[in-house]
Design a protein around this ligand. Structure first.
Ligand SMILES: *[C@@H]1O[C@H](CO)[C@@H](O)[C@H](O)[C@H]1NC(C)=O
Ligand SMILES: *[C@@H]1O[C@H](CO)[C@@H](O)[C@H](O)[C@H]1NC(C)=O
Length: 316
């Protein structure tokens, strides 16, 4: 009796084999640019031999001082909207109130973006005489940032997600730049603008600048926020207030709030605007000394933002 193979079964077999071939082709394929980057990553020059150094390793701190931190500009400001414009989405005002209009403070802003549009710290620098550091990994944005002549330190780098220095593949998108994780490699063929970025622990930046007190940490790193905060040695630092973008973190907003509460912070406000989804945190003792007593949660002021966006030339 002849063996009869049903036609539909044969068809299924062929389709299955085609699928197997297709999947293996996809998994073998890496975009040329990415392959190039991976080679670049492998070939570190001698002065870049910082990968894996621990956050307080003196060699790492020296490397950051010598090769990463750009000192404040001594040139006059070069701002598109001038020195009297607060380009933040409201964060500066909230933090300023919480800190009783504190003068001569210190901030960290990451990402620094292009140094003006949407800057949460320009107000403190100009109106409150603060100093600090702007951290921005996207080379194009960083160039623009330097052209503003801000009177604070800058670094073309990122704040890392771990307690050691790393190099990562960074995705340079105009307004949304982030660390490109290997599980995203399946987005093949898309013309991502990728580069290698140096990431350092937040603590290392502070040691390099000789301070451990931060009056305001503005953290907007497009999905790494939770991991960055989790890696901070809170017992060695005094961070008084934070504005943290929450809407892209895979851990979720409640986990972020829990983490910050466990470190002694009050979840003071949620700020939702077209370009900001931030949680504002304030350290318990700072809150106790603040003249602000009312908690407004959340604030949504669409009108204000719309008029601001109309004036915000992102390419300026
Ligand atoms: C502003 O800050 C600088 C140091 O960054 C300091 O020398 C100066 O006295 C401050 N000015 C005022 C008015 O506090
Ligand atoms: C926004 O502005 C318009 C016109 O200026 C006004 O009619 C409206 O009530 C405002 N909306 C809010 C939520 O303030």
């Amino acid at each position: 009796m002849p063996i009869v193979v049903p036609r539909s079964f044969a068809l299924k077999c062929v389709l299955f084999l085609l699928c197997v071939v297709l999947v293996s082709l996809i998994s073998l394929y890496k975009p040329a640019q990415l392959a190039q980057l991976i080679n670049l990553e492998a070939a570190a020059t001698e002065d870049e031999d910082f990968v894996g150094l621990n956050e307080d390793d003196p060699r790492l701190i020296e490397y950051i001082r010598q090769h990463v931190i750009v000192p404040p500009s001594t040139e006059p400001y070069n701002l598109y909207y001038g020195v009297n414009h607060d380009p933040s989405d409201g964060q500066s005002k909230v933090i300023d109130e919480l800190l009783n209009h504190k003068l001569n403070g210190f901030y960290i802003e990451s990402g620094g973006y292009t140094g003006e549009v949407m800057s949460n710290t320009l107000f403190f620098e100009i109106q409150r005489n603060w100093t600090g550091i702007l951290i921005e990994p996207n080379p194009r944005n960083f160039k623009k940032l330097l052209s503003r002549n801000r009177k604070v330190h800058s670094a073309n780098a990122c704040i890392g997600e771990t307690k050691a220095a790393t190099k990562v593949v960074f995705r340079n998108e105009n307004i949304r730049g982030d660390i490109f994780h290997s599980h995203e490699y399946y987005y093949i063929g898309y013309p991502w603008d990728l580069s290698i970025a140096k990431c350092f622990p937040l603590y290392s930046f502070l040691l390099a600048l000789g301070t451990t007190t931060v009056d305001f940490l503005s953290l907007d790193v497009e999905s790494s926020e939770y991991k960055v905060l989790q890696s901070i040695p809170w017992d060695k630092l005094d961070i008084k207030t934070l504005s943290v973008e929450y809407n892209l973190i895979p851990e979720g907003k409640p986990a972020l709030i829990d983490l910050m509460k466990s470190k002694g912070y009050i979840h003071y406000m949620e700020l939702n605007r077209p370009y900001s989804n931030d949680l504002i945190f304030v350290k318990q003792e700072v809150w106790d000394n603040s003249k602000v007593r009312k908690r407004a949660l959340p604030i949504i002021d669409i009108n204000n933002t719309m008029s601001w966006i109309a004036r915000s030339n992102f390419e300026s």
